[in-house]
Design a protein around this ligand. Sequence first.
Ligand code: PLP
Length: 261
Amino acid sequence: MTRQAPPRVLTVAGSDSGGGAGIQADLKTMLALGVHGMSVVTAVTAQNSLGVQGAWELPVEAVRAQYRSVVDDIGVQAVKTGMLASAELVEAVADLLADTDAPVVVDPVGVSKHGDSLLAASALESVRRKLLPTATVATPNLDEVVQLTGVRVESETDLRRAADALLDLGPRWALIKGGHLAGDAVDLLTDGTAAHWLRAPRHDNRHTHGTGCTLASAVAAELAKGRDVPGAVSAAKAYVTGAIAAGFALGGGIGPVDHAW
Ligand code: PLP
């Protein structure tokens, strides 16, 4: 008898040739969490454990065509967006997502851990105005939240203010990743009414390349399986915490989290 298909999840993101972040991290996460992963590639990076050596955007038509191929035939139960590179691509992807009924997880990728820019400064306004309103959950880290809202976060009270400022831009839920604050790794998930604080002990492991992509993909995978947003985020956080603990050295720089822990 033919097996029934698992939930289908689409990542719209950039390729990391080193296999630690981007599309590659997204698809590995989806495999580990039991969903069928699909990809719309927006940009290709030449990248390794030392950083990003080059980046090339795909033409808008190529991005649109990939999306249509997937959605019109296979269908999606959740979508995740990552590196979108330019204002033109952000606008095109936001237009495509405006029509979907599936939950959308927007990881507003700005700059890599090595400091390489993955989004043109000129695209920020399009992220604010067009992309964030399509999001069921937006998952910025502290640097991204300052860029998007102007709120600098140095305490848990600031985290709350930043989340409110982000919600004003239109996502239904804000998940602010406070991993760079001192003490335990603490994230705040809120829809403006409920506030869920997610704490995890800090791991003494520098091999964390791909953490943000992995978390956002895990949230999308869990939403596709039918969990509600707080349930999906809590399951995703548990998965990424394990993946960080199992992160390994690779090349001469920062190694990846392990998706198969
Ligand atoms: N490369 C690509 C294609 C990405 O999408 C991202 C993050 O979203 C990164 C690199 C950066 O990963 P990290 O900051 O975990 O090193």
